[in-house]
Design a binder for this molecule. Structure first.
Ligand code: NAP
Length: 457
């Protein structure tokens, strides 16, 4: 597997990185395991200043880091800069709250005194994707650093410069060698690491295919996993939705990061009284969404991350059309060397269309008309995914009741998807299991070690 930066705006190969040897992997495991043993003797508070320094460095080098991400996978520079800000906030959050979140927990019992400690478990292998090159790493690195679990990173082969820049910044912030080691390793080497007794767990964000392969390997080796996989999120528009707010939120919920977000709103489920206006509004918005240079602040839609991503999405939309979907807007090739996909709107996707239950990872909105709230809920739940969901209604209390009926990990009311350090992130069904961020993310690879002293009588 070649670790290469191919700039999606030009198709140029900007960087190539040689694969790591088995010896390098062994050395990394040794150093990381030694660090785990050292950290077991230290309090989490000793690591707090490093995370704060990391946050400061990220803010100081905001544009430099954002450019690296843009060159790796094509996202808009403005969005990449926002990602750097979010990473700094996550680092600060775990620095500020880590100690408190790792306090022992008392367990009321009539039979004795009981509590559990939250202890580190060992080296964690992190397998991460390209769509948020820094944020995906920070989500798992910051909490595990506070817990005392060193991390070995296997990042997407298409964004090696970002992974290396992140790992370098961690060292620059003063973290000991072994805290986070980026390795350009093969799938076989990932398997070897998972099977190594010094490794305690694996977290993966990516596709169902990748998640299943890594989780299978981890299952055989009896290693704990968390999986953050794909989504086909519903965006439910109830009949009393606030139109002005909807106009601001809905197009962006699909087009941000060129539509390559696990929690992008992908299925717009709209009540019949608003349906025609909604389709017209989305068409208008998509037709004004300027494609172009991701470094240009005027650009709205960036290229897709790679040639293969473009080919996959093109084929999926063709399949949708071959099975009866109507193209309301877009689905035309874009001239030029970049991997652009023109924003597209599809309607008339029936349940027997193969695309009905597939994730479209790019700027393609699928819009459905429904005639009742019950129909909207049933359609939202007719998915093998369960990651995120939006409900739009002027009656917020009612929107929350509708949200509670959706089989999903996260729901947003009158807003597109969002991620903040203090809010848990994750899904159910084929979208994976486990949570990242917040106090829940902190506990993912913690040993809840029970201490029990029964009353003697
Ligand atoms: P992917 O192909 O599964 O790749 C993700 C990572 O897994 C990459 O580092 C990849 O390495 C690695 N990988 C894949 N198969 C592997 C194997 N058998 N052994 C070891 N490593 C393996 O996913 P993708 O298509 O690039 O990423 C997009 C997907 O991620 C979308 O479905 C999106 O919805 C999902 N996602 C989910 C979340 C979430 O939080 N739920 C967030 C972002 C993205 P290589 O690059 O070397 O193949």
């Amino acid at each position: 597997m070649a670790y290469q930066t191919i700039y999606p705006y030009t198709g140029e190969v900007l960087h190539e990185f040689p694969n790591a040897s088995d010896e390098k992997l062994e050395e990394t495991l040794t150093v990381a395991h030694r660090l785990y043993q050292q950290w077991r003797q230290e309090k989490p508070a000793t690591r707090k200043p490093v995370l704060h320094r990391l946050a400061t460095l990220l803010r100081e080098k905001r544009t430099e880091m954002a450019r690296i991400m843009t060159q790796d996978m094509g996202k808009l520079l403005t969005e990449a800069a926002g990602e750097v800000d979010l990473c700094a906030d996550i680092a600060d959050y775990y620095a500020d709250h880590g100690e408190e979140l790792l306090q022992p927990v008392n367990l009321p019992s009539d039979s004795g005194k009981a509590y559990y400690l939250k202890q580190s478990t060992g080296v964690i292998v992190a397998v991460e994707p390209w769509n948020f090159p820094f944020y995906q790493i920070m989500r798992v690195f910051a909490p595990n650093f506070m817990v005392g679990n060193p991390m070995i990173l296997k990042d997407a082969s298409s964004c090696p410069a970002s992974a290396q820049a992140f790992a370098d910044l961690v060292l620059e912030a003063g973290a000991p060698v072994g805290s986070l080691t980026n390795l350009f390793i093969s799938y076989d080497q990932v398997s070897a690491a998972i099977n190594d007794p010094r490794v305690a767990g694996v977290c993966l964000t990516g596709s169902e295919r990748g998640g299943a392969a890594v989780a299978q390997e981890a299952g055989k080796a009896l290693k704990k996993t968390t999986l953050e996989l794909g989504g086909n999120d519903a965006f439910i528009v109830l009949g009393d939705a606030d139109w002005d707010l909807l106009k601001k939120v809905a197009p962006q919920a699909r087009l941000y990061n060129a539509g390559q977000v696990c929690t992008s709103s992908k299925r717009f489920i709209v009540m019949d009284n608003l349906y025609d206006d909604f389709v017209a509004m989305m068409k208008e918005a998509f037709s004004h969404a300027k494609l172009g240079d991701p470094m240009d602040p005027e650009t709205i839609v960036a290229p897709l991350s790679s040639k293969s991503a473009l080919e996959k999405l093109t084929a999926q939309v063709q399949t949708a059309v071959d099975h009866g979907a109507t193209v309301v807007y877009g689905n035309e090739p874009v001239e030029g060397p970049g991997f652009f996909f023109k924003p597209t709107i599809l309607t008339d996707i029936t349940e027997d269309n193969p695309i009905f239950d597939q994730e479209l990872f790019g700027p393609v909105a699928v819009i459905y008309k429904v005639h009742s709230e019950a129909e909207a809920i049933a359609l939202a739940n007719k998915s093998s995914y369960g990651l995120g969901n939006t409900v739009f209604s002027s009656n917020v209390a009612h929107a929350k009741e509708v949200a509670a009926q959706i089989e999903t990990g996260m729901s947003w009311i009158n807003a597109g998807w969002a991620s903040l350090p203090e809010l848990p992130f994750g899904g159910i069904k084929n979208s994976g299991y486990g949570r990242e961020l917040s106090h829940l993310g902190m506990n993912a690879f913690v040993n809840e070690h029970l201490i029990y002293e029964p009353y003697q009588n």
